[in-house]
Design a protein around this ligand. Sequence first.
Ligand SMILES: [Zn+2]
Ligand SMILES: [Zn+2]
Length: 345
Amino acid sequence: MPRLVSKSLNQMPSSKLKLWDFLKNKSNDLVNLPLEFTKADPQSVVQIFTFGTVYPVFSKLTPEQQKSTPLYAWFKEFSQIPAVSKAIKDATSHIKIERVKEKNTGESHVAKGVSLKELDPSVKLAPKAGERNILITSALPYVNNVPHLGNIVGSVLSADIYSRYCKQRGYNTLFVCGTDEYGTATETKALEEKVTPRQLCDKYNKIHKEVYDWFQIGFDHFGRTTTQKQTEIAQDIFMKLHKNGYLEEQVMKQLYCPVHNGYLADRYVEGECPKCHYEDARGDQCDKCGGLLDPFELINPRCKLDNATPEPRDSKHVFISLDKLEPKLRAWVEKASTEDVSQEI
Ligand SMILES: [Zn+2]
Ligand SMILES: [Zn+2]
């Protein structure tokens, strides 16, 4: 009978075919190894592991094939030990030895009786009574930069896939996005490029649109936050929140540049990193040590545009009191998760 040690177990090939070759042809090589397989021993760790390893192959062999392997007598004896045969019975009664390979035709996952509706691009998309109406938006990209792959993967691609799915299912779907053009960062970038904020936004809105078109992101509408309609909608939402007491003012300290007369977005403040003392850390992050920063932590802060020393100033900010809105919002989310509320929007 062959002998086996754990060294040989490590060398066992993994695929079944190779294991079969190994059992049939190579196990004679083991004869001279010190651990004996002459007697089945349920206390032997090596035998337990060996049995577990060869069982899936052995159990599928014909009796002739089994007999042709040098391990046959040992395998038979080991499997007839009462505790082992009970364990085999228990394990195989509820665990398949090997997963049945599925036929990946996709057929079983396709709902029957669904017809695809051709979309007519000349028809204006609007909610329809009695239909499932789906509005999809993705995070509005800031317009003061050129979008990179991460912007597309991180925000618009998933929405685009969902939108295409909904349209294929024939749902009345509107997928909108656009450039976010307001904010201190836009103003500062315009100063940096020596153009007006409007010129800056026009330039980068065009670049954004071209990039998304190139990637064939299928927006139904790609707009801008500076259009008249958008302004009306945003001001309407703001005024309603204000009238109903959902807004509150809070004073915050922000860094202000006395030379170009403007508040500074975090990354327009530069200075020495308080953690690694890199001299060109930004107010939001240090590119050398990767640490996240608060612009007030920077040592010797300076304005990125003109190197002036910024000063902390109080500035008033308006916040939405989400805590006051929570009960209404929670009730609506709970309703929306079980009922179709698309007609209520
Ligand atoms: Zn400045
Ligand atoms: Zn640092």
